[in-house]
Design a protein around this ligand. Structure first.
Ligand SMILES: [Ca+2]
Length: 133
């Protein structure tokens, strides 16, 4: 996935904009490279590969806020300044590639970003093998 990194907070994940301080490619939704910054924001964009048609559950755990969009549609809105909170939603996906975007910001203090995707009742996707750019 491609990412854009900002070494500052925004007034919500939905507000992230402007010229990033850094950018590149990552194979998962990791905040590791940014944790030395007191506050930071990330936008990830890439392709999600699913191997079967199904109703997929998308779970986003974040501190602070995050938004997950698939094929241009907002699926999980976990935005706002808060301690770790998990929000989930389901979306029907056909086998193949889907555009995925994750917006995330940390306003300071602790930071967490965990995205979990899978067909309900089955094992979650290994995102390191399912994300492309
Ligand atoms: Ca925080």
């Amino acid at each position: 996935m491609k990412f854009q990194g900002f070494f500052k907070s925004f007034d919500g994940a939905a507000k992230i904009s402007g010229t990033p301080d850094t950018s590149g490619v990552m194979n998962d939704f990791s905040t590791r490279a940014f944790q030395r910054h007191d506050a930071f924001s990330l936008v990830f964009e890439g392709l999600l590969k699913v191997d079967e048609d199904g109703l997929y559950e998308i779970a986003a755990t974040s501190d602070d806020g995050s938004i997950v969009s698939i094929d241009g549609e907002e699926i999980v809105n976990n935005d706002g300044e808060h301690a770790p909170v998990t929000k989930t939603n389901t979306v029907p996906l056909r086998k193949g590639y889907h555009r995925i975007k994750v917006q995330y910001f940390d306003a300071g203090g602790g930071d967490i970003l965990k995205i979990n995707i899978g067909v309900k009742g089955k094992q979650s996707l290994n995102l390191r093998n399912a994300l492309f750019h």
